[in-house]
Write a protein that binds this ligand. Structure first.
Ligand code: ATP
Ligand code: MG
Length: 476
């Protein structure tokens, strides 16, 4: 592991100069220094000074070409300065003291030592000097370099104190372990398990922020295992923790849905799935525990878990303070449809079944297929290979039907308005029934989704019901 070195960027000399003029010792600190050592890209540079961070930011701003505007966050005593290469964040060194029942720290000005001591982990408590006498020298009071080398997440102080002061740090420990593929040092780990209940005083937004960072990592399953083993998951997302476990009656055992879900999640990541596809993976079997039943002759069933799970999605998103728009509706759709493609493997695949799936999935068909392929997990290698091969046939069929019928963005040509006008009907159940009947015929492949043909079919349906057409030709 190389000692981190300040990059060749005149910016750092400029900050040093401004700090010197103000008489403030100043340091680059935290994640940026850690990422330099790890040779990891990093866009935010945190600068700490023993003095007024806002004043320093303004002084630096005046020295930079183009004099960028400083954004001041008065409540936090921090200031942000955008530059061409990186975003600079300035803060005065501080010490914190917490009262047991409050999550709002009392913040007081402090020394560099005190500022390092209130940091979450040793690997985040590294600083590089911007002072003339030792410009660029590393300050490492808590053996952060050793922990980077050994790939260990450890708190600088007694972990019970660090976690109790700000319980979000427990989530951050898991998050950094997952992002960096590090271990959590045993005393730190035990302290998380001991202090887990304190997570309840942290806002859901902050928790979900860290959770999403875990999910965005290259191997999110590792983070979820840590969350589960420390007991945090049971508190922040109990429905997911309920997936854990295997029940057995006689020779009938079902698979552990927690580990299955994590496998599907990692598979989705490997296939390039974005955050929302990853959420779909996490939630695809979420209602299995609630729908689980045992039948002596059949074994375990989870009948309807896809529909129940889909119905739960808005509630889960609300609880976790995830956005309730388009992304949520996509996740909900994928949960609802996640069994459909795989069902096509077992049957002889008819064009009609494929058409129906394309119609329901619409633009999300590729995401659905990705999720469904990721859902094929079996310890039996041969069985898995067979399933994957058959699944490939379904994908092929899907492409074939799609290129023929363009059902992905399917808009039925026979709308309610067309029907009402054709037969002089008012909005009614009958109109809905006729519309569905035409749609069924199109999806069955009996009629093409083309106005003339579909309209002719509509008239036939009307005739059978004794409905005379009023305006048979106006829509051609
Ligand atoms: P990244 O930006 O990649 O998420 P980071 O380490 O820069 O990682 P930030 O959340 O940006 O993390 O925080 C910057 C630094 O501030 C951290 O490196 C750490 O030293 C400190 N820090 C942030 N949040 C906390 C916290 N809750 N408790 C203690 N120190 C913290
Ligand atoms: Mg950062």
């Amino acid at each position: 592991m190389n000692t981190p070195q300040l990059p060749e960027n005149p910016l750092f000399r400029t900050i040093a100069e401004a700090a010197g003029e103000l008489g403030y010792p100043a340091y680059v600190i935290g994640g940026f220094v850690r990422d330099l050592a790890l040779v990891r890209p990093s866009k935010d540079v945190d600068v700490v000074c023993v003095g007024d961070g806002i004043k320093l930011a303004q002084a630096v701003g005046r020295k930079l070409p183009g004099k960028p505007r400083v954004t001041v966050f008065k409540n936090f005593g921090t200031a942000m300065l955008p530059t061409e290469t990186v975003e600079l964040e300035f803060v005065g060194a501080r010490k914190e003291s917490y009262r047991a029942e409050s999550r709002k720290p009392e913040v007081e000005a402090g020394t560099l030592e005190e500022d390092l001591a209130r940091r979450d982990f040793t690997i985040n408590a590294l600083a590089l000097s911007l002072n003339p006498q030792d410009f660029g020298t590393l300050v490492d009071r808590y053996e952060g370099m050793r922990d980077l080398q050994q790939k260990i997440i450890r708190t600088p102080l007694d972990p019970d104190i660090t976690f109790s002061d700000d319980p979000l740090r427990m989530m951050r420990a898991v998050r950094f372990a997952t992002q960096l593929n590090f271990d959590i040092e045993p005393d730190t780990y035990d302290a998380i398990a001991r202090n887990k209940d304190r997570i309840k005083i942290v806002s859901q937004e902050r928790i979900t922020d860290e959770l999403n960072k875990i999910i965005k990592a290259a191997k999110p399953s590792y983070g979820f295992k840590l969350l589960f083993q420390t007991g945090l998951l049971q508190l922040i997302f109990p429905k997911m923790a309920l997936l854990y476990g295997v029940e057995k009656v006689g020779k009938h055992a079902h698979k552990d849905n927690f580990y299955h879900t994590l496998q599907v999640l990692d598979n989705v990541v490997d296939a390039g799935g974005d955050l929302w596809l990853r959420w779909a993976a996490i939630l695809h079997d979420i209602a299995k525990p609630a729908t689980k039943r045992y039948f002596p002759n059949v074994g375990w069933t989870f009948h309807g878990h896809e529909d129940k799970g889909a119905r739960w999605v808005p509630g889960i998103f609300t609880d976790l303070k995830l956005p309730l728009g388009e992304e949520m509706r996509m996740v909900q759709k994928l949960v609802r449809l996640h069994l459909r493609p795989i069902a096509l493997v077992k049957e002889t695949v008819t064009d009609s079944a494929v058409r129906r799936l394309l119609f329901e999935a619409g633009d999300d068909i590729d995401r659905l297929m990705l999720l469904c392929r990721a859902d094929i997990t079996s310890k039996d290698h041969q069985r898995k290979e067979l399933y994957l091969r058959n699944f490939g046939l379904v994908e092929e069929k899907l492409r074939e039907v799609e290129s023929k019928d363009h059902l992905r963005n399917f808009k039925p040509v026979i709308t309610g308005e067309v029907i009402m006008e054709a037969f002089g009907l008012k909005p009614s159940r009958e109109v809905g029934e006729l519309k569905d009947a035409v749609l069924e015929a199109i999806l069955d492949g009996k009629v093409r989704n083309e106005f003339e043909e579909a309209f002719a079919y509509l008239l036939q349906l009307g005739q059978a019901k004794g409905l005379p057409p009023v305006h048979p030709f106006t829509h051609q």
